[in-house]
Design a protein around this ligand. Structure first.
Ligand code: MG
Length: 169
């Protein structure tokens, strides 16, 4: 239960203010690699930039929690003007604890947005918040650890669809 996604989105752009409002979510914790951009990439796609603007306009609080280093996360986070937590050790919930304090919301008002089952989905589950799982933005993962974890993700994705889950796109 801690690994099967509760929601699967094609990408972050598919997450709408309406969806969040319906679920009572007003704050999002964002992963970076293969969620907001490619793995290790500093590229900010126009569609992602527009999505961030839409979220801000809707009054959704945003912060970044990444397992990657400050060196990797800082330039991207500063570019999009978001606070960030590096080396978050997801699936340990410590980064999410920091994020929750920073966002100033209750657990049921926030959600983790990320592309890895064993990292983002599990961290959200262990911390006790919802995860809006997004499909990896690119098929490329740099870290060997991530590549290994990917191999064990498909059963949980299949389980989601088997239980009647839909792909939000
Ligand atoms: Mg990621």
């Amino acid at each position: 239960m801690l690994l099967t996604p509760e929601y699967i989105f094609k990408n972050v752009e598919a997450i709408t203010p309406e969806f969040l409002r319906q679920k009572g979510i007003c704050a999002l914790v964002l992963d970076v690699d293969n969620t907001l951009t490619g793995d290790g990439s500093q590229q900010l796609e126009d569609s992602v930039s527009a999505w961030l603007d839409t979220m801000r306009a809707a009054g959704v609080s945003l912060t970044i929690v990444s397992n990657n280093t400050a060196k990797r996360v800082r330039p991207f986070a500063e570019r999009i003007g978001l606070a960030w937590v590096p080396l978050a050790c997801k699936p340990l919930p410590v980064g999410l604890m920091v994020a929750r304090r920073r966002l100033g919301v209750k657990k049921n008002q926030m959600a983790m947005v990320g592309d890895q089952i064993y990292t983002d989905r599990l961290a959200a589950g262990l911390f006790g918040i919802r995860c809006l799982y997004v499909m990896p933005r690119t098929p490329h993962d740099k870290s060997r650890g991530v590549k290994l974890k990917r191999k064990f993700e498909p059963p949980f994705i299949r389980k989601y669809y088997k239980k009647g889950g839909t792909l939000y796109e």
